[in-house]
Design a binder for this molecule. Structure first.
Ligand SMILES: [Cu+2]
Length: 208
């Protein structure tokens, strides 16, 4: 199950990959700005002020470091965020597999309407295809999140939220409810199994 190589920084599908790329970009920019300012601060602290130094250059530093640079960084992050959002699939092709996931206090109910199968605490999906998840809740608000595949999305008692996810390679991941939903929230877990379409079909048959 979840080991050293799992989580949202070990993406196994296109949605998670777009989000992870964005995360690395933001980390890189943050580190670059931090290092730059740490160096400038050190230089400023240890340098002797020359007697003939005037005020104008200080103003330039404030405009460059306090206005221009944040503006550039924010515009880059905004652009990358919009691009990542566009990369997330929000609809699935006609005939795509539909899986209903219903949050309960405190377990996940998983239904495969086409096959007429219901499981609890275990979710199987075939790799290499977009799957349409219909998320809802039987009681309070829960949240569905498989970090390796992307997401997360609320499971609401008064409606159905649709999330389209795809797994690019087989794997098994353990995840849990991502929204505090009562005393046993921490025990509300979901085992996710991504497998080849053949294995998935065999599993469906076995369940039926
Ligand atoms: Cu919950």
């Amino acid at each position: 199950m979840s080991g050293a190589s799992s989580g949202s920084l070990d993406p196994k599908g296109p949605s998670a990959e777009a989000i992870a790329d964005l995360w690395w970009l933001m980390l890189g920019l943050g580190v670059a700005v931090f290092v730059l300012f740490a160096v400038l601060l050190a230089v400023g602290l240890f340098r002797r002020r020359r007697a003939d130094e005037g005020q104008p250059s200080e103003k330039r530093w404030i405009v460059a470091g306090g206005v221009v640079m944040p503006l550039v960084v924010l515009v880059v992050v905004f652009g990358a965020t919009v691009a990542a959002m566009r990369a997330l699939p929000d609809e699935s092709p006609p005939g795509a597999l539909e899986i209903e996931v219903i949050g309960h206090q405190w377990y996940f109910e998983v239904r495969y309407p086409e096959a007429g199968i219901t499981t609890v605490g275990e979710l199987h999906l075939p790799v290499g295809q977009r799957v349409e998840f219909h998320l809802t809740s039987a009681d309070v608000i829960h949240s569905f999140w498989v970090p390796e595949l992307g997401g997360k999305m609320d499971m609401l008692p008064d409606g159905v939220n649709v999330l389209v996810l795809q797994a690019d390679e087989p794997g098994e991941w353990e995840t849990s409810c991502a929204e505090f939903c009562g005393l046993e929230h921490a025990t509300m877990q979901l085992d996710v199994v991504a497998e080849s379409p053949e294995d998935f079909a065999a599993w469906i048959e076995q369940q039926g």
